[in-house]
Design a protein around this ligand. Structure first.
Ligand SMILES: *Cc1c(COP(=O)(O)O)cnc(C)c1O
Length: 232
């Protein structure tokens, strides 16, 4: 367990190091702790060491942890694939959603966001590796989807997210991440005001920071290897 506090310090200092290396302002990259498959006690440990944002992929598992940790002002991010029948639970329990890739899901989240909560902060997930098997909208579909989402009053579109195919080479890792950065810039050149690039995981965090990530989603480097795979 003390390992989590040690790993958290380690990851935070790597983030500062890479911010300096790539001329990013100090503090411009936010660490999002990906806690899927981890017991709530791991999240508590990270919280006690200063981590305030957590991301979950599976709604059932997430609701149990959100409930157990209800007394803490944690910011919850949903990053998993979204089926229509899960949108209500997401709209009611999360602060951010990174994995919107079609309008129907955005509309349901908008309609189901409780009126007493602030607008849901959302990102469009883009398929930057252009593989059919990966989820995310294609670059060609991005602008129309962004335009449609920006008319939904209960959602606030903040930017883009991607989950590229895994690879170990730094320069290869940068390619899809660069495409996401350029796509965000293009949207901002046509009147959007987007400030968030959610990209970078344990094995490509440095490449992501080099390419302008503002949120890195880190699981393994914080909590260790995942032993189990949770399902909804
Ligand atoms: C699991 C997951 C991560 C974290 O990956 P690690 O390699 O464990 O850091 C990030 N983003 C998404 C969408 C994930 O599903």
């Amino acid at each position: 367990m003390p390992e989590i506090s040690h790993r958290l310090q380690q990851v935070c200092s790597e983030i500062s190091l890479y911010e300096q290396e790539f001329d990013r302002p100090a503090g411009s990259v936010q660490l999002l702790a990906v806690s899927k498959t981890r017991p709530y006690t791991d999240l508590l440990q990270a919280w006690e060491n200063g981590q305030t944002c957590f991301a979950e992929n599976y709604i059932q598992e997430a609701l149990e942890k959100i409930n157990k940790l209800r007394s803490l002002p944690i910011q919850w991010h949903f990053i998993g694939p979204i089926q229509s029948n899960k949108t209500r639970a997401i709209a009611e329990n999360f602060d951010w959603v990174h994995s919107i890739d079609r309008l129907k899901i955005a509309q349901r989240l908008n309609d189901q966001r409780p009126p007493d909560k602030p607008p849901l902060q959302v990102l469009i997930q883009v398929n930057s590796s252009e593989e059919n098997s990966k989820s995310g909208c294609r670059f060609a579909e991005l602008k129309p989807l962004a335009l449609a989402i920006s008319t939904l009053p209960r959602l606030q579109l903040r930017g883009l997210m991607t989950l590229p195919a895994a690879c170990d080479d730094f320069e290869q890792q940068r390619k899809p991440l660069r495409k996401l950065r350029l796509a965000l810039r293009e949207l901002n050149q046509s009147d959007f005001r987007l400030d968030t690039l959610s990209m970078g995981m344990s094995n490509d965090m440095r490449a992501a920071i080099a390419e302008g990530a503002t949120i890195v989603r880190i699981g393994t480097a914080l909590f260790g290897e995942r032993k189990t795979t949770a399902v909804d």
